[in-house]
Design a binder for this molecule. Structure first.
Ligand code: GLA
Length: 396
């Protein structure tokens, strides 16, 4: 009898624990999320006027129509907690409160993202969510937030997987579907455990505004980030994406070629695309680049496969990405400061991937059909530039 009683109690405990645990809200990020984040351009200098104007700009300038959807306020919106522990927005910068800002963004037909940190403080020393996970998740849910970027500063000895799982469970318990963006910089290999925890995970330290450089706190340029994606593509897919960080396009440092290469490679990785510039005041060229439909389609392809680096000939690299409907994308990138002459037989390359047949070849930056796989890809690739090709099967 005692044994039966014990078994019953053990089963009851399992049931109670399983009810207490949460799960991830599914079907929120079947394609890589697209939007805008305040950090790269504004840092802590944010306020509700900027966020509203950004939402207006995204709605009216064609970005929304191109698929950009989330407006994410990053660090520094929060200033403290009230006596009950509720998180408080900075009243000087957000006098109308976050809830009304969320309403404003929603009224534009867009979604709203917020930022917090799994540790005791955010990277800029604002209150973190450690110990307040369920309370903060309830607050975000009450405000109708759609997306949480969750950082990793001041985490002490916390276990990353457990900390992010706790916030996942808190969001689930709060009952409002929110995308959970894990931002622990790839330190604890989130690609190995993040799939059931969040919808995207940062793979690297922060992007910095340069093409080929590093800084002394770990910030990485575009090339340095690309190099960290040669081995982890297989972990990314619909609902759970590798996140190589926000875009630096339109922030005044990268050349047009470097910006093309940046966007092309993020699209090859099926990366979340968070514009990081001042979209209220950008040039026509920047807008055109950010809304290049053919490139965005490669990013948003429903298979969600991340590219493989197929060949590296010194400073010339060729990346390959299978797309839906038996189509393929190729990127030729020139890492060097010198032009590189290309004469490449794509037919032989695709055969090595057990892909047969004849394909139409389209240059998605030039918006031009440039031939078929019967001919070689021939040309001169300028310094730091990219050729991005889409191959579509020709049925005879
Ligand atoms: C970390 C993150 C950045 C940004 C800052 C804000 O560095 O990785 O993306 O959110 O914190 O302080």
């Amino acid at each position: 009898m005692k044994t039966i009683m014990r078994m019953f109690l053990a089963l009851l405990l399992c049931f109670v624990l399983s009810q207490a645990n949460g799960q991830k809200f599914e079907n929120l990020a079947e394609r890589p999320p697209m939007g805008w984040n305040s950090w790269n351009k504004f840092g802590c200098e944010i306020n509700e006027k900027i966020i509203k104007e950004v939402a207006d700009a995204m709605t009216s300038n064609g970005m929304k129509a191109a698929g950009y959807e989330y407006i994410v306020i990053d660090d520094c919106w929060q200033i403290g907690r009230d006596s009950l522990g509720n998180i408080l927005a900075d009243p000087d910068r957000f006098p109308s409160g976050i809830s009304s800002l969320v309403d404003y963004v929603h009224a534009n037909g867009l979604k709203f993202g917020i930022y917090s940190d799994a540790g005791t403080a955010t990277c800029q020393g604002r209150p973190g969510s450690r110990g307040y996970e369920f309370q903060d998740a309830r607050t975000y849910a009450k405000w109708n937030v759609d997306y949480l970027k969750y950082d990793w500063c001041f985490h002490g000895k916390q276990n990353a997987e457990a900390s992010y799982t706790l916030m996942r469970d808190a969001i689930y318990k709060a009952g409002r579907p929110m995308v959970l963006s894990i931002c622990e910089w790839g330190t604890n290999k989130p690609w190995e455990w993040g799939k059931n925890v969040g919808h995207l995970w940062r793979t690297t330290e922060d992007i910095i505004n340069c093409f080929d450089c590093k800084n002394n706190w770990g910030g990485l340029g575009v090339l340095q980030i690309i190099d960290l994606h040669t081995e982890i593509g297989e972990y990314s897919g619909p609902g759970h994406w590798n996140d190589p960080d926000m875009l630096e396009i339109g922030n005044g440092v990268l050349t047009p070629a470097e910006e093309r290469l940046h966007l092309s490679m993020w699209a090859m990785f099926s990366a979340p695309l968070m514009a990081g510039n001042d979209i209220r005041n950008m040039s026509a060229e920047t807008l055109k680049l950010l809304t290049n439909k053919e490139v965005l389609e490669i990013d948003q392809d429903k298979l969600g496969i991340s590219a493989t680096r197929w060949m590296k000939y010194g400073d010339l690299e060729i990346w390959f990405k299978p797309l839906s409907d038996n189509n393929y994308a190729f990127c030729f990138i020139n890492r060097s400061n010198q032009p590189i002459t290309i004469n490449h037989d794509l037919k032989t390359t695709i055969k090595k991937f057990k892909v047969d047949g004849n394909y139409k070849v389209r240059d998605v930056w030039k918006h031009k059909d440039v031939g078929t796989t019967k001919e070689n890809v021939v040309g001169v690739l300028p310094a730091h530039d990219v050729i991005m090709l889409k191959l579509t099967q020709i049925f005879l």
